[in-house]
Design a protein around this ligand. Structure first.
Ligand SMILES: C[S@@+](CC[C@H](N)C(=O)[O-])C[C@H]1O[C@@H](n2cnc3c(N)ncnc32)[C@H](O)[C@@H]1O
Length: 252
């Protein structure tokens, strides 16, 4: 991944497979402390961001969460038909236990689980009302391909909502990199009690992540409409993107 730091955060190139495989190992190692480190490194804002994304769903909708990780978001999707997708079998194992136990306690059917990458979703076209991506878009190997696949599985008129680390521009990205390289490392070290904790590597995905403007452009190229992507205030640590798959015209 190191070559791509020269892009200054405007990253059009995608992550190479070796870097992505290493990233997946680090993400799996993060599972035991994932929620706690997240809470501290975002100053408790992560639960507010998750709620913000959740509020885009309406009762009974068919939802796909891409990059569900250990289920931190999907467990709170209430009254919805939920499919969780992740390339890591270990993440899915933890998510299934957690999400299905929450669903059972609410008298809901278990969620569905798909082991796959966003860039190749083994599901039919036009089936989801909403696709949510929380803190996983940054990890896609090829973000444009992932967006194309998400577009394909969304119903016409369906909406994509992404929440991830924010990067408004190069200077904002620099502030984010300093935060990741200092505060986040100290928090992860204290919580994991390990010198070589996985957040050392995870901070790198932020360095190589593009700006909001860049991903808004990619979303439009893929065919999304009403594309929005901005920092979430007051802290501006994360960004939320919203984009619609156009409704079919009558003659189609
Ligand atoms: C930081 S976790 C996010 C977990 C969860 N969505 C949350 O709200 O906290 C990122 C997840 O993205 C997954 N991921 C990485 N690359 C991916 C890809 N190409 N397609 C889909 N998911 C991917 C990882 O396996 C990991 O479980």
């Amino acid at each position: 991944m190191s070559d791509r730091s020269s892009t200054g955060g405007y990253d059009p190139s995608g992550i190479d497979l070796d870097a992505w495989t290493k990233l997946e190992e680090q993400l799996e190692q993060s599972i035991p402390h994932y929620d706690k480190v997240n809470r501290w490194m975002t100053l408790g804002q992560d639960s507010i961001w998750r709620k913000n994304v959740r509020n885009h769903a309406k009762p009974g909708m068919k939802i796909l969460e891409v990059g569900c990780g250990p289920g931190s978001f999907a467990e709170d999707l209430v009254g919805l038909d939920v499919t969780c997708l992740d390339p890591s079998a270990e993440m899915l194992r933890v998510a299934k236990k957690r999400v299905d136990s929450a669903r059972k306690s609410r008298g809901e059917e278990p969620a569905k689980y798909v082991e796959a990458i966003a860039e190749s979703i083994p599901l039919p076209d036009d089936i989801f009302d909403r696709v949510f991506c929380l803190f996983s878009f940054r990890d896609f190997q090829d973000k444009k391909k992932g967006l194309e696949e998400i577009f394909r599985v969304l119903k016409p008129g369906g909406q994509l909502v992404i929440c991830d680390a924010g990067k408004a521009n190069w200077f904002h990205g620099l502030a984010g990199r300093i935060w990741m390289a200092t505060v986040v490392q100290i928090i992860a070290r204290i919580i994991t009690k390990e010198k070589d904790h996985p957040w050392k590597g995870l901070a790198r995905t932020y360095s190589h992540y593009g700006t909001n403007r860049y991903y808004r452009k990619v979303m439009r190229e893929v065919g999304f409409e009403d594309v929005q992507g901005r920092l979430l205030l007051p802290f501006g640590m994360s960004s939320r993107f919203r984009a619609l798959k156009p409704k079919r015209r009558p003659e189609e």
